[in-house]
Design a protein around this ligand. Structure first.
Ligand SMILES: [Mg+2]
Length: 124
C-alpha cells in the first residue's frame, strides 16, 4: 500500500521527474502529471489524489488559478505549492487562497517528504 497518492502539476519536465523520483522512493504513488494549471485541474477531477503538488508559474493557467478551481470542487483538497526563490508574494497569495503548504525549489528530498507526510497524516 502506498503512503498516499499524488498528482504532480508542473510545466518543467525535469521538475516533474525529480519530484516523482523522490515521491516513489518514499512509497508515494504518483497517479498522474500535468503541465499546466488547467490540465492539473482536470486531472484532479479525474484522479482524486490525496495531495496535489502545484507549481506556480506555468503557461495557459498558473498554479494560483488552478488552486482556486480545485478548491471550488473540493474545499478540503490538499494543494501543496512548489515555489521558486523570489516568489514570496505569489506564495503568500496561494496560502491566502487556501494552499495547504509549500515546498521551495530547488527540491530537498528530506523537506519534500516531511511536508508530504505531514499532509497525509493530517486528517487521518
Ligand atoms: Mg513553472
Amino acid at each position: 500500500m502506498p503512503i498516499g497518492t499524488v498528482l504532480i502539476v508542473d510545466d518543467s519536465k525535469t521538475s516533474r521527474r525529480l519530484l516523482r523520483n523522490i515521491l516513489e522512493k518514499h512509497n508515494f504513488e504518483v497517479l498522474g502529471e500535468a503541465e499546466n494549471g488547467e490540465e492539473g485541474w482536470l486531472q484532479f477531477r479525474k484522479l482524486n489524489p490525496d495531495i496535489i503538488t502545484m507549481d506556480i508559474t506555468m503557461p495557459k493557467m498558473d498554479g494560483i488559478e488552478a488552486l482556486s478551481l480545485i478548491h471550488r470542487d473540493d474545499a478540503h483538497a490538499k494543494v501543496i505549492m512548489i515555489t521558486a526563490a523570489g516568489q514570496k508574494e505569489k506564495m503568500v497569495e496561494a496560502i491566502r487562497r487556501g494552499a495547504y503548504d509549500f515546498i521551495t525549489k530547488p527540491l530537498d528530498e528530506e523537506k519534500v517528504i516531511k511536508v508530504m507526510i505531514d499532509a497525509i497524516e493530517d486528517g487521518k
